[in-house]
Design a protein around this ligand. Structure first.
Ligand code: IMP
Length: 201
């Protein structure tokens, strides 16, 4: 049985693989394992749930392979939940992770240290045509005024999870997975999928 992860992002693929790779009799593929790009879903949903579903459903329809897609947003309290569902394009279309981090630093420039709380939230959707499952994971933390660390991706150098003194970019991947929004969402999805895959063996 194959599951296709709807991503080209190697960081995400590693994170997804390390948690879902333990499922019985499942081979995990990513979009890079396909001979051509199946479709380019337009992520124009108003919520993370809608976008995760759009991605999973369109890619499943194009490939016929049971698909998992995720959508993540960083919800900053002092910015009324922004960038949220717009996290990938916070600084504009086609921007880099560094551009988005710079914009976030600028937006929070005058915000006090004790008012910089944020929630990283991931929604994961699995669909195989018969069954559609949604799982969510989140982690609370603080947005730092300056980036720290060279690991991870995206907003990792600015995000310090609650209860730690390091950013996600200062952790090794296993440590990040154990407490991250995506790690938690994947663990929840793993639980939902395990009996299903056992049934179909
Ligand atoms: P996506 O829609 O799931 O790709 O996530 C939207 C944006 O959130 C990405 O472009 C990244 O900038 C950011 N992002 C997603 N996951 C993470 C993460 O684990 N750490 C830091 N930033 C992330």
């Amino acid at each position: 049985m194959r599951i296709l992860l709807a991503t080209h992002n190697p960081h995400k693929a590693d994170e997804l693989r390390s948690i879902l790779g333990t499922l019985q009799s499942v081979t995990i593929l990513t979009l890079d394992d396909l001979p051509s790009r199946p479709v380019e879903p337009v992520e124009d949903g108003a919520t993370l749930e809608a976008n995760a579903y759009i991605k999973a459903a369109e890619i499943f329809a194009a490939t016929g392979i049971p698909t998992i897609a995720d959508d993540t947003g960083l919800e900053v309290k002092a910015l009324a939940g922004a960038p949220g569902v717009y996290s990938a394009r916070y600084a504009g279309e086609g921007v880099t992770y560094a551009d988005n981090c710079r914009k976030l630093i600028a937006e929070l420039e005058h915000v006090r240290a004790d008012d910089r709380s944020a929630l990283f939230r991931t929604v994961i959707c699995y669909t195989d045509g018969d069954r559609t499952l949604l799982a969510e994971g989140s982690v609370r933390g603080t947005i730092l005024p300056k980036p720290r660390g060279a690991g991870g991706f995206g907003y990792d150098p600015l995000f310090q999870p609650e209860g730690t003194s390091r950013t996600f970019a200062e952790m090794d991947p296993a440590e990040k997975n154990a407490m991250s929004h995506r790690g938690r969402a994947l663990a929840a999805m793993h639980e939902m999928l395990a009996p299903y895959f056992d049934e179909r063996q």
